[in-house]
Design a protein around this ligand. Structure first.
Ligand SMILES: [Fe+2]
Length: 223
């Protein structure tokens, strides 16, 4: 079952935003990221002549599991929406973290064996579709303050989450995903999002070079 984008938005903020001041709480910043991902997914889908309302709804709920837990938000979001019967929305909670629904192409290092065992059967039985890909890409250029470049966002993620054995492949897969989406858009992703600052665009080469240097020396992931 699906949610339209208005209902998805309401479900996202339910019990988190109870007054206007709640938007300014630092612990609620993730909601703004979700809203930017939803808006971006809708814009990309519209340009591709896909169902833009569905894409927007998927983007809104992709991190909804953060209502329950940040580290387990993928599983928690999936379980939450499945309990409500929104199986088509639950999909984006699980697939958004894995480029092309490939369990190895994720930020923050390879998953623990037990987490992998939980997610792998679902990912294996749900081959990637264009809506998965759109949300996966949007997650990689949407901040909680707006849009940026994939290069800047991934540099920031790598500095915060660390560099692991799969990080370089993950970065290259993200760039490859961007190129594939741009082929379908018929224009550059960054042309579709003129809100991205000139400074971020000017720094693409520098950010990419810094990432390449950073990612060739993976640490051993501690869990
Ligand atoms: Fe996200």
């Amino acid at each position: 079952m699906r949610l339209n984008s208005q209902d998805a938005y309401q479900l996202l903020i339910k019990d988190v935003i109870t007054s206007e001041e709640d938007w300014n709480q630092p612990e609620n910043r993730w909601l703004k990221h979700c809203i930017y991902v939803g808006e971006a997914a809708g814009r990309i889908a519209a340009q591709m002549e896909l169902d833009s309302d569905f894409a927007r709804a998927l983007g809104y709920v992709h991190d909804i599991g953060r209502k329950v837990s940040h580290p387990r938000h993928v599983i928690e979001g999936y379980s939450y929406l499945m309990r409500l019967g929104y199986d088509e929305m639950a999909r984006s909670c699980l697939t958004h973290s894995f480029i092309d629904n490939d369990i190895n192409l994720t930020a923050g290092g390879p998953l623990r064996t037990d987490t992998q065992a939980m997610m792998l059967p679902y990912l294996d039985s749900h081959p990637v579709n264009i809506y998965d890909n759109i949300v996966q890409l949007c997650d990689l250029f949407c901040l909680d303050t707006g849009y940026t470049t994939v290069e800047k966002r991934m540099l920031d993620i790598s500095k915060r989450k660390g560099v692991f054995s799969n990080s370089l492949e993950h970065f290259h897969s993200a760039l490859n995903l961007k190129v594939r989406i741009e082929e379908q858009l018929g224009c550059s992703l960054y042309d579709l999002f003129p809100e991205i600052s000139k400074e971020d665009i000017l720094h693409i080469r520098k950010d990419r070079d810094e990432l390449e240097r950073l990612l060739v020396v993976p640490m051993i992931k501690k869990k």
